[in-house]
Design a protein around this ligand. Structure first.
Ligand SMILES: [Zn+2]
Length: 223
């Protein structure tokens, strides 16, 4: 893997229209913005520090006209895409300081209401159901209130709907995981290892958080 080491030294440069960080990461150029939950607007949309997240391959139900079409099997290429993207995110955790890990939680297993353990569910749907997107992620929160602390909201569940028409599934998976790791879309950012997985530009097979993604995840959610 990359030998890059993330050492946050704060803002080095306050430019006219951009902010650069010590590793040459510039917001909006090769680094995505942070993502914050919609309830508070200030807490990072990310799994808790040290979280162990179960990812679920969900299929087996098909609704009819006017409903959502869930496919009844997950293409093999999509299964390997999940494994690849999660492995890449796991490799990044020393760099993003999260210690978040992901484990395969099963196929179409029941998942309860938002709670424990944290889970990320993947549902393959008819492309018409989520046009114009290839995939879309929605997250749920719950109040964690450890003894002695005031309750605070953290991400406990995330649900990604994913089109079977996706031609770059590993890149898409890595991007959608990014939405659960406190980084948001940066449509016109550079893509690939020198850019961000949150770019909408062609990733050309890149399916991992970049060095600048690691910086922003660390900065937004895991300081
Ligand atoms: Zn996105």
């Amino acid at each position: 893997m990359r030998s890059f080491r993330c050492v946050l030294e704060g803002i080095l440069f306050l430019g006219m229209s951009s902010v650069s960080y010590s590793q040459g990461c510039t917001l909006g150029i090769n680094m995505p913005p942070g993502e914050f939950d919609l309830q508070t607007g200030t807490l990072p949309e990310a799994w808790p520090l040290n979280a162990s997240v179960q990812y679920i391959e969900f299929f087996g139900i098909t609704y009819g006209i006017g409903g959502t079409w869930y496919y009844t099997s997950l293409p093999a290429a999509f299964q390997s895409a999940l494994e690849k993207a999660y492995l890449n995110w796991s490799a990044a955790y020393p760099l993003n300081n999260s210690n978040v890990t992901w484990d395969f939680g099963g196929i179409s297993v029941p998942v309860g209401p938002p709670g424990h353990p944290a889970w990320h569910k993947w549902i393959v749907v008819n492309p018409a159901d989520i046009a114009p997107y290839v995939a879309i992620t929605r997250s749920s929160y719950a109040n964690y209130s450890p003894i002695g602390q005031v309750p605070y909201i953290r991400l406990v569940a995330s649900n990604t709907r994913w089109s079977s028409a996706d031609t770059s599934p590993a890149s898409t998976v890595a991007h959608e995981i990014g939405h659960t790791m406190a980084i948001n879309d940066c449509e016109n950012c550079l893509a690939g290892s020198a850019g961000t997985i949150m770019s909408y530009q062609p990733q050309n097979g890149w399916a991992a958080p970049s060095a600048c993604d690691d910086v922003q995840v660390h900065l937004t959610a895991f300081q």
